[in-house]
Design a protein around this ligand. Structure first.
Ligand code: GYE
Length: 325
């Protein structure tokens, strides 16, 4: 008799537990969908295209309604897009600023409208830090340091001295351009065998990368190293080298940033010596942070992606999974 009542009690408990395990929607309010205004800066590289895809796919996965605008490399078009998001009263604004400066007015307008702003991929420079909530993207300074460290290791391993380095930099005044340049310079400072002899901006574009490399090759009698701020410019530069009979990766040491499939393939073939990874797939993190902001929660000022460095010295280059961009 006692055993039967215990069994009955257990059955009752199980039933009650079943009822409270999330099957009563009345107890858990459905997650509110948010409206996110996103201003992409352009389509200058495969990295950018993958970044745009990542944002769109992640919004769908997260049930976020997305207002998406592409500014085609023009800051004034980004400002216009942000103003339209404010007029539309979106819950959160996210944007990838093409350059660091010139945002204060529009950010103030967003603040006055009570709309939190997240910068993605690139940063803004402003005297008033309260004008945006936070940043999500890569640690570009560290990428520059990694590029310098690779070169130091390469020179040491192979006993190379007096290397003439040229730099192809990205869009002037953009965060990756500024920080990749600074990190690299800091890393090689004090290395007497490494000479940074010239730097030109190829605006993160493949044709400009080719044009700049051509000009650099005409100007300098000997170039031993190319440090390029993105793969698109590197691919252009390689074409310029080949046109004058140089063998990339052998006659000129090549260090590039991003990690597009094309760059990884050239690393495997020996035409590139080092690829610093920069991840464009930050969409899921953007959605997570946007939801927090919409809910009035605090977010970290800076959220960085984890990234790798691939070099000609790695034993397992063939095991690199497909890059997806
Ligand atoms: O490296 C480059 C691009 O901002 C990190 O922009 C991004 C850079 C990326 O177009 O390829």
């Amino acid at each position: 008799m006692k055993r039967r009542s215990v069994a009955l009690l257990l059955m009752l408990c199980a039933l009650l537990a079943g009822c409270s395990s999330g099957t009563t929607p009345a107890e858990e309010p459905p997650e509110q969908s948010i409206l996110l205004g996103f201003s992409q800066l352009g389509w200058e590289s495969a990295w950018r295209l993958a970044n745009s895809e990542s944002i769109k796919e992640a919004a769908e996965r997260a049930g976020v309604s997305l207002m998406y605008e592409n500014a085609e490399q023009k800051q004034d078009r980004q400002i216009k897009a942000i103003r339209s998001f404010i007029a539309y009263q979106v819950d959160v604004i996210a944007f990838s600023p093409i350059v660091e400066t010139g945002w204060d007015n529009v950010l103030q307008e967003a603040k006055d409208a009570g709309i939190p702003v997240l910068t993605t991929d690139r940063m803004v420079e402003t005297g008033d830090e309260s004008l945006y909530a936070g940043f999500i993207g890569s640690d570009f300074y560290q990428e520059g340091v990694a590029a310098g460290e690779f070169l130091i290791e390469k020179a040491e391993r192979e006993g190379l001295s007096d290397l003439n380095i040229v730099e192809l930099s990205g869009t002037l005044d953009s965060t990756p351009m500024l920080q990749r340049a600074e990190g690299f310079r800091d890393a090689i400072a004090g290395q007497e065998n490494l000479h940074l002899i010239d730097s030109m901006s190829g605006d993160f574009l493949r044709p400009k990368g080719k044009e700049c490399m051509k000009a650099l090759l005409e100007k300098h009698a000997r170039i031993d190293v190319l440090y390029s701020h993105n793969d698109a410019m590197t691919l252009g530069a390689i074409a310029a080298m080949e046109e004058v009979g140089l063998v990339p990766g052998r006659d000129v040491i090549i260090i590039t940033v991003d990690g597009e499939q094309a760059a990884i393939d050239l690393l495997k073939q020996g035409s590139i010596n080092c690829v610093i990874e920069c991840k464009p797939q930050i969409g899921d993190m953007v959605m997570e942070l946007a939801k927090k902001l919409a809910a009035g929660e605090e977010i970290p000022r800076c959220t960085y992606s984890e990234e790798r460095v691939f070099t000609e010295f790695d034993a397992d280059l063939d095991s690199i999974p497909p890059r997806g961009y």
